[in-house]
Design a protein around this ligand. Structure first.
Ligand code: GDP
Ligand code: MG
Length: 170
């Protein structure tokens, strides 16, 4: 039969990397050039059908500001999945993403399905982080990696779909 899975998912990453934009693209199919920055965290839900299951994502979109860092564990604790987002045009955001990976490895649920999203892939001319570098890092750290664009929608549904496929079927 078709299974129903509820999955808490958290988005982590630097301010401005495009976390809220990825969620809005996935949940509402929209993109705004001047997305307001998130205060604290925002909640969304979206259902996705995969082959053998219907996955209801309960999505926590976190702020990313350092001053909200102490709140992050509330969102990633108990999460079945995480998307760690950086901006391919911003090397510092990639370094910040690695810090989140380390934090999840040391504090998070060990079975968490974790994706690394190199966002703003439409801004190729301004690229600072190569896909090879990110792919290598992802492989070494047990993450799956996609470059996404909330603006063009490239790989946005795909990243949620890949997560849905990897969630444990209980
Ligand atoms: P957050 O702080 O991680 O939630 O980032 P936001 O979603 O607020 O996005 C920060 C800025 O980057 C906004 O001005 C967005 O319009 C822009 N942005 C987000 N995703 C993309 C993308 O894929 N491509 C481009 N060109 N801009 C993006
Ligand atoms: Mg935001």
């Amino acid at each position: 039969g078709n299974k129903s899975i509820n999955a808490k998912l958290v988005l982590l990453g630097d301010v401005g990397a495009g976390k809220s934009s990825l969620v809005l693209r996935f949940v509402r199919g929209q993109f705004v050039e001047f997305q307001e920055s998130t205060i604290g965290a925002a909640f969304f839900s979206q259902t996705l059908a995969v082959n053998d299951a219907t996955v209801k994502f309960e999505i926590w979109d976190t702020a990313g500001q350092e001053r909200y860092h102490s709140l992050a564990p509330m969102y990633y604790r108990g999460a079945a999945a995480a998307i760690i987002v950086y901006d391919i045009t911003n090397q510092a955001s990639f370094e910040r993403a690695k810090k989140w990976v380390q934090e999840l490895h040391s504090q998070g649920n060990p079975n968490m399905v974790t994706a690394l999203a190199g966002n703003k892939a439409d801004l190729l001319d301004a690229r600072k982080v190569t896909s090879e570098e990110a792919q290598t890092y992802a492989q070494e750290n047990g993450l799956f990696f996609l470059e996404t664009s909330a603006k063009t929608a490239s790989n946005v549904n795909d990243i949620f779909y890949e997560i849905a496929k990897r969630l444990p079927r209980v």
